[in-house]
Design a protein around this ligand. Structure first.
Ligand code: UDP
Length: 247
């Protein structure tokens, strides 16, 4: 059995940031596509009502705990995760090493222009990085084949997929047999941050596990989404132990 924890039906792997990073370098040694998902409490709550999303997440080759809520849930369940492994932090770890390791990267997602800006900024920040393509995330269904063809022409080692929660995980899963990439990671709004269009909370908020609070102050309209947090905690307390460990 994998060293994993089952949170309301979703498998979360018990890995530190260092271990998660290492796992990705290992994935890159194999000629097979690997799906990396980074569920947070919102995604886990969404998966309770969306069987397809739940299925897709559990098919992930690696699922890390993106939010502090997931870490708390693991404590409630008596199988504490050592730390939060946010998709953004994992992506940054990779970016730091990519120039030296030489693996190529493709950026998919965000509003038109965002991936392109992110590419420029990342190239400045990580000289020598090989970003072999970009594509915005608002293509239509009938443009999908073309998007996949463009990605496959350059066959990136790593594909960052930033189409928003649930959409990006399903997109990766549904296209896993078509895509020529070794690691596909769903990392939500990260491209907006790399492009300088959105900011992460200052380190102190992250350390205290209050990033959600910072985002709430910055974007009050997110409050409805945030109500999912206490609901998540309550659901884990009430139902969390009904789920078996071995998935
Ligand atoms: N996004 C996209 N295509 C879509 C929907 C969203 O590329 O059809 C992008 C959006 O521009 C943003 C990112 O996905 O850069 C994350 O969006 P959001 O914050 O809504 O997602 P979540 O926080 O739920 O992951």
């Amino acid at each position: 059995m994998k060293d994993a924890i089952n949170i309301l039906g979703v498998r979360i792997d018990r890995l530190t940031l260092d271990q998660a990073e290492q796992k990705i370098w290992d994935f890159l040694n194999h000629d097979k596509l690997h799906m990396v998902f980074t569920p947070n409490s919102e995604m886990i709550m969404a998966a309770r009502e969306d069987e397809e999303l739940k299925w897709v997440l559990n098919e992930g080759d690696m699922n890390t705990a993106d939010g502090i809520g997931v870490v708390y849930a693991s404590r409630i369940l008596g199988k504490p995760l050592r730390e939060r492994v946010a998709g953004f932090d994992l992506a940054k770890r990779l970016l730091e090493q990519l120039p030296q390791k030489g693996y190529s990267l493709y950026l998919l997602g965000g509003a038109p222009g965002v991936a392109e800006t992110a590419k420029q900024k990342l190239e400045n920040q990580y000289p020598g990085i090989k970003i072999v393509g970009t594509q915005h995330g608002y293509f239509k269904k009938d443009e999908e084949e073309q998007v996949i063809r463009q990605i496959n022409e350059v066959a990136p080692d790593i594909l960052f997929v930033c189409l928003g929660m649930s959409k990006q995980e399903k997109w990766i899963y549904n296209n896993r047999d078509k895509l020529r990439a070794k690691v596909c990671m769903g990392i939500g709004g990260s491209l907006d941050v790399f492009a300088g269009k959105a900011k992460r909370a200052p380190g102190i908020y992250q350390k205290l596990g209050l990033e959600w609070f910072y985002r709430l102050i910055k974007e009050p309209k997110r409050y409805k989404r945030m109500l999912a947090l206490p609901k998540f905690a309550w659901t884990v307390i009430v139902e969390g132990r009904n789920y078996t460990w071995d998935k």
